[in-house]
Design a protein around this ligand. Structure first.
Ligand SMILES: [Cu+2]
Length: 304
């Protein structure tokens, strides 16, 4: 009756079905009774109203039955939820990192992938982290959903029971391109997984200090490193390029050099690149030190 996509499908779906069935029963019963009384006690029939004295049996019944029902609904939810927080000791660990606006997955041995590939029938613990703002890690096919919170450790886990691809969505509104923040869990056989992980290249460790400053201050949430246009101009090829900026309402062509970049970090609204809105970026005076601005400049020179 239930899909075998993950070990949580049965618990979540049965709780959902039972709660839906109880709700539908009461919807039909209460609506039916309401219509019956409207007809039966219609004013045109002029049945005189009678005062009713308290009825203990009736009162106990209408308190006890709903109480048992809501406690039961709590219980089946609780029973389905508790295993989601209890990761088996032999689970394989992967770290999922959310950032504006993509998911990345880090495997042991400093390997990284955009798709979460996992072996079938094996417990997988997914450590959840965020580089910038709140993101969500939701896999509807597996019935799991957890937040990725900056500066906080969170996790989820599952055992995939069927081969195939399952969508991952970010379920926390995280800015402009939130709706594009998706990825896939690919469930493969253990042999295919071993082959895949072996072929996955080891991530190059980027020791560039300037990049670290940009990451730490959240700069690359708005300025891409690959040339794509986000909230602000991309950093790619920026250093040394010619740019048209608006200064006090007048458009001027300037060369992007270290001095211009420093002024853009400390006084971002003085010169606005044509085509971008005014007042979006705050000043980083007192937040990014001068020596760090120099590191940024050194890094941007390499980003051709
Ligand atoms: Cu997101």
């Amino acid at each position: 009756m239930f899909s075998n996509a993950s070990n949580f499908v049965q618990g979540v779906d049965s709780a959902f079905l039972i709660i839906t069935a109880i709700s539908v029963f009461f919807l039909v019963a209460l609506t039916g009774l309401m219509i019956y009384f409207v007809v039966k006690y219609n004013k045109k029939k002029a049945i005189p109203a009678v005062q009713i004295k308290d009825n203990s049996l009736l009162e106990i019944t209408w308190i006890a039955i709903p109480m048992i029902l809501v406690l039961y609904m709590f219980y089946i939810g609780w029973e389905g939820f508790i295993p989601m927080r209890q990761v088996p000791k032999d689970a394989m660990e992967v770290t999922a990192i959310g950032s504006m606006w993509k998911f990345e997955f880090e495997y042991a041995g400093n390997k990284q992938s955009d798709t979460l590939v996992v072996p079938i029938d094996k417990a997988v613990k997914v450590n959840l982290a965020s580089k910038d703002v709140l993101h969500g890690f939701s896999v509807p096919g597996f019935r799991i959903k957890e937040d990725m919170v900056p500066q906080k450790k969170n996790y989820t886990w599952f055992i995939a029971g069927e081969l195939g691809d399952y969508d991952i969505y970010c379920t926390v509104y995280c800015g402009l391109n939130h709706s594009y923040m998706m990825s896939v869990i690919r469930v493969v056989s253990q042999a295919d997984y071993d082959k895949w992980i072996k072929a996955l290249p080891v991530k190059k460790v980027d020791n560039n200090l300037g990049l670290k400053v940009l990451e730490k201050n959240g700069c690359i949430a708005c300025h891409s490193l690959d040339g794509s246009k986000l909230v602000g101009p991309s950093f790619k090829g920026l250093h040394g390029s010619t740019s048209e900026v608006t200064i006090n309402g007048v458009n001027t062509k300037i060369t992007v050099d270290s001095a211009y970049l420093e002024s853009s970090i400390y006084d971002p609204n003085k010169e606005i690149v044509v085509g971008y809105p005014q007042g979006v970026m705050k000043s980083y005076k007192g937040i990014i030190q001068k020596k760090d601005v120099e590191l940024i400049n050194e890094y941007l020179k390499t980003l051709k």
